[in-house]
Design a protein around this ligand. Sequence first.
Ligand code: GDP
Ligand code: GDP
Length: 436
Amino acid sequence: MNPVIALVGRPNVGKSTLFNRLTRSRDALVADFPGLTRDRKYGNGMLGGKTYTVIDTGGISGDEDGIDAVMAEQSLQAIDEADIVLFMVDGRTGLHMADEAIANHLRVNQKKTWLIVNKTDGLEEHSAMADFWQLGIGEPRSIAASHGRNVTALIDQVLEPFPERDEDLPADTGTKGIRIGVIGRPNVGKSTLVNRLLGEERVVVFDEGGTTRDAIEIPFERRGEPYVLVDTAGVRRRKNVSEVAEKFSIIKTLEAIKECHVAVMVLDARTGLVEQDLHLLDYVLTSGRALVLAVNKWDGLESEAKDRMRTEIKRRLGFADYAELHFISALHGTAVGDLYPSIERAFQSAHSRWSTNRLTNILRDAVEQHQPPMIHGRRIKLRMAHQGGTNPPIIVVHGNQTGSLPEAYKRFLTNTFRKVLKVRGTPMRFEFRSGK
Ligand code: GDP
Ligand code: GDP
């Protein structure tokens, strides 16, 4: 699991500036994720050969009285989820009452905490730092987040106790088969589904040993096909559904997404879609993972309610329409077996390879069918296409003036490729390049 760094501090000290620098570094592996809550933002990054996850806590406001008000709930949660806390203060405004209130909280917290004095660009460093010693958090470290000054050196030092690891792709642990991650917000029925998936007839669950990392891997076999269930949320550890689930954790959900080949996202037909569902989906999309959607608790619903749910999903999940959609009852096992063919298709699609010849022919046919527009009296030319990667598949289209391609035309092209190549269940990425 990536080390998790939480950025904490009052508003305006430069947390988002540092967050952006840490997640958009040239070699960042994954772009930042939009926040699951409005107040917390999660991102993955890489500096100096090590990967990490950063949480930006939007607003510990300094105006309230009392520690509870100052340390907003969401910051406490971020600290809770983190391995390392970077407590940021502002070198220009100097020590602030709210800084002391936050420091008081951090001192009783057991987390490894670094005191970061930001905005020291153009300041006389020694005097800028002097005040902050009295916070009792240890040696203040000077950085300028907006200039990147001292940032890499700081992160190097902060991450020193953590081993170097390549985190981009699902771990190659030697276990065979498609790695399935079941995700979703609390109470949608993940645990019921997991037990159903494993409890089905003809499923052979192997010994749970061989766990190498934080994620528990449960290899199993269904109709002779090997699969691995990736359980980062402790879903499987519950003996029955009345047992309380481990606290819902975004970090663990991110981990599950990263560790699996195909994410099965569970939605609840009883409650309909809520904001948290959409944010979770956003994470899956940003990560480029293959996806199968399962609308659970479909049992016993009035047909009117079913129609409403279908319509709502079509309308609001348009951005994830590449994913195959299933209406299931994990409780009764209805349609649960149908998830497997979708999982297979999503996996195959995500790992497909196509020749440059084939892709270029599809491009030519598309252009013939529907020409790109003229820009400044010259028609946009699209010449060839090749594959730039898999999982998710990347198609690189070469031509000229591709920077001026209208969004609608790009959509036409991407839909055409998707249809002709029969890609289902995985996002695809398209890059447009211009040559001479
Ligand atoms: P947040 O509220 O803690 O997330 O703070 P922001 O990242 O939004 O930064 C607040 C302001 O401080 C912005 O105007 C930034 O441009 C500015 N800022 C951030 N880092 C630096 C820095 O290293 N030096 C200077 N001079 N300004 C900075
Ligand atoms: P998790 O928190 O996502 O793991 O959700 P659980 O598996 O613990 O399920 C939450 C509740 O929903 C439990 O009371 C389950 O019995 C119930 N539940 C799960 N699946 C279904 C279903 O298909 N139909 C109905 N009616 N209830 C379900």
